[in-house]
Design a protein. Structure first.
Length: 321
């Protein structure tokens, strides 16, 4: 599966749109920048080399029983990459989207950036390490033999107390311990519930919400939507497995502060249509989440790499075009 030393904002809100992570446009260079005289040259600006996302969610899957709800961790670190669509460049809100061509511009490779520690969870604390071919997997911190947990069903997010994040004291990130309050449980509204596992590929704008008929939002700093699509063969795979792409893949990451309604604009959704026309998409994964969020950044002299933390509740739907 393929979203100063410490920068914290009121309500932990301003980190949200970095959830395009592990992708970011902070390492791009103006294409028309011509040569300049040395005397006129501006001082070199150090740019991020990597970006990261740690997303801790109590997830339910559409069309499965409520008992399917489980704690999930996505810890994604990779080299930075500019989005193909950016609704609000330089702003922490809006949508960012990437269209990947495996032959020319493949999706970024997930990287090991050191141990990650998660605390104050219902069920106990966790230590998570990168596993080749699997990504980050966790073990109970009190487990002296370090056995990996096949799932985190026995763990959960606290309702009011803060989740603790720490670790990543090497590689591309050196960040302080952080705490944040997770988003509260919610119910997606009726119209959005019908769309979450039937994502349209027509290129039209898509609205998802917990504020309409049949919905309730609960308290959260932000609403986040992440859509991942692949043309990989799903034959013989489980209903929630996302195979690697053969030719095309798409990643869309959006956030809005405070509100429970988020609209993905047509130019971002058009990347799904473009990918589907070039090589038919086989599975689309859409996650609607209500989260507490925070952003951390390296201190100089290290590159200003940023890590987005998100914790809350989510609903995932899978579309099989």
């Amino acid at each position: 599966m393929y979203e100063c030393s410490r920068s914290r904002f009121p309500g932990a809100l301003l980190a949200v749109l970095l959830l395009g992570c592990p992708l970011s446009n902070d390492n791009t260079t103006p294409r028309d920048a011509g040569p300049q005289l040395a005397l006129d040259a501006a001082p070199a600006v150090q740019r991020p080399t990597h970006s990261g996302l740690v997303s801790l969610q109590e997830i339910a899957i559409a069309n499965l029983a409520e008992s399917s709800r489980t704690l999930t961790l996505q810890a994604l670190f990779s080299a930075a990459s500019a989005p193909d669509f950016d609704e609000a460049p330089g702003q922490p809100t809006g949508c960012k989207a990437w269209l990947y061509d495996v032959a020319v511009r493949p999706p970024p490779v997930e990287q090991d950036q050191g141990a990650l520690y998660l605390g104050n969870l219902r069920g106990g604390d966790l230590r998570c390490r990168f596993q080749a071919g699997r990504g980050y997997a966790c073990a109970a911190l009190a487990d002296t033999d370090g056995g990996l947990l096949p799932d985190l069903r026995a763990y959960g997010l606290p309702d009011a107390t803060k989740v603790a994040f720490s670790g990543l004291d090497g590689g591309a990130f050196e960040l302080p311990p952080t705490e944040l309050v997770p988003g509260a449980p919610f119910t997606i509204d009726t119209r959005s519930r019908a769309l979450i596992d039937a994502i349209p590929l027509s290129g039209e704008a898509l609205r998802l919400s917990c504020e309409g008929d049949g919905g309730s939002c609960g308290a959260a700093a932000a609403t986040i939507v992440r859509i991942t699509a692949t043309d990989g063969d799903t034959a013989g795979l489980g209903p929630t497995t996302m195979p690697p792409p053969v030719k095309r893949a798409v990643e869309i990451s959006c956030a809005v502060l405070g509100a429970g309604t988020l609209t993905i604009p047509a130019p971002a959704m058009a990347l799904l249509a473009q990918a589907h026309a070039a090589s038919p998409l086989r599975r689309v994964r859409a996650a609607f989440m209500r989260d507490g969020v925070a952003v951390l950044a390296n201190a100089a002299p290290k590159p200003p790499n940023r890590l987005v933390l998100a914790a809350g509740r989510g609903l995932i739907g899978f579309t099989n075009p």
